[in-house]
Design a binder for this molecule. Structure first.
Ligand code: ACO
Length: 328
């Protein structure tokens, strides 16, 4: 690669309110023990009415810009990944661009569910490598999933949380983002859906009564496919960069379920001490999970200059992806 693309700043935002498993057990038939044993989740952050997906994305973006020593005037494009946009139209990225006070630069949303961050990382990398017009691209994963889950469905409401993570991807003198691999298989599109509210099934009294504006999931099939495709993504990205898992200092997997993470790690021979996990306190924040975890790994001193970091994700679609980053 002749040009250098690197992560120049990271930031995250988590709502103040914390909802514990014990809190959820007061409203649906579940228990702290069941949730911890099956998922590893103990608590999650829940957004207030004012903490919209755009607001949380804006706050994470501000922190990432400060970390990069940049201002909104330096941003050349905003790409936001979410499955909980403020509205179907316009894009949440346009709202964040306005909140930040950017120039009239391009802004767009990308829908790849829990793999969203891998998709926008690959987009940013290619815009920067392929064009002279961009120097700094702001990528954001932001999710207000508490608005999308059915709080009467114990099989899904325990799994998700709210939050946002942002990264500035810049052209510069570091060759930080070595590679990104992304993939999808639409034959699994039915495994995790929000069936109504789009053009196929517009909102109606019937769709509301059927609770079809909330997340519906075939948990077992999602579980099985997450292990398969996260494992394959790790193998592909390592192989095509002539690396082995022993070359990697830290693996940051999408934070969906501790059992998924442990099985993926076991099959790929990744030691527990090289896995970064914050799932117990964050739950699954979909597209925000990897940038939040990356920001936390950096602030807690888990990443040193020169380290190779492996990111890996799986999500609805089905979608998946992995990336190798050499830390600056
Ligand atoms: N509390 C108590 N019991 C529950 C709960 C709950 N919160 N949820 C389900 N159960 C019950 C079920 O009703 C079922 O009862 P039954 O045997 O009487 O019918 C029993 O527990 C077992 O249900 P399963 O669905 O088989 O439980 P499983 O061990 O598969 O765990 C889970 C369910 C946690 C959802 C698991 O399938 C999973 O994590 N799947 C992956 C889902 C995921 O991570 N999705 C996120 C989006 S995609 C991604 O990010 C990768």
């Amino acid at each position: 690669m002749s040009e250098a693309i690197y992560i120049s700043g990271t930031g995250s935002y988590l709502p103040e309110k914390i909802l514990t498993n014990q809190d959820i057990a007061k409203t649906v038939d579940t228990s702290n023990e069941w949730i911890v044993e099956r998922t590893g989740i103990e608590s999650r952050h829940i957004a207030s009415e004012a903490e919209t997906t755009s607001y949380m994305g804006f706050m994470a973006a501000r922190a990432a810009l400060a970390d990069a020593n940049l201002t909104s005037a330096d941003v050349d494009m905003v790409i936001l990944a979410t499955m909980a946009p403020d509205m179907i139209c316009p894009s949440t990225a346009c709202i964040v661009q306005k909140l930040l006070g950017c120039r009239p630069i391009p802004a767009m949303d990308v829908g790849a569910a829990c793999s969203g961050f891998m998709y926008i990382l690959e987009l940013a990398r290619n815009f920067l490598l392929g064009s002279k017009n961009y120097k700094n691209i702001l990528i954001i994963g932001s999710e207000k999933l508490s608005a999308m889950v059915d709080w009467e469905d114990r099989s899904t409401c325990v799994l998700f949380g709210d939050g946002a993570g942002a990264v500035i991807v810049s052209k510069g003198d570091h060759n930080g983002i070595l590679d990104v691999f992304i993939g999808a298989d639409g034959s699994g599109a039915n495994l995790l859906t929000i069936p109504a509210g789009g053009s196929a099934r517009p909102a109606s009294e019937g769709t509301i009564k059927a609770r079809n504006h909330y997340i519906k999931m075939d948990g077992r099939e999602v579980f099985r496919n997450a292990i398969k495709y996260m494992g394959e993504s790790i193998n592909i990205i390592l192989k095509r960069n002539d690396l082995t898992v022993d070359d990697v200092a830290l693996v940051i997997p999408h934070q969906a379920n501790m059992r998924i993470i442990n099985m993926v790690a076991e099959r790929a021979n990744i030691n527990r001490d090289r896995l970064f996990c914050n799932l117990n306190r964050r739950a699954n924040t979909s597209a925000a999970s990897i940038p939040i975890a990356l920001n936390e790994a950096i602030s807690s001193g888990k990443i040193k200059a020169g380290d190779l970091i492996l990111l890996v994700a799986f999500g609805a679609g089905m979608t998946w992806g992995a990336s190798i980053i050499k830390w600056k």
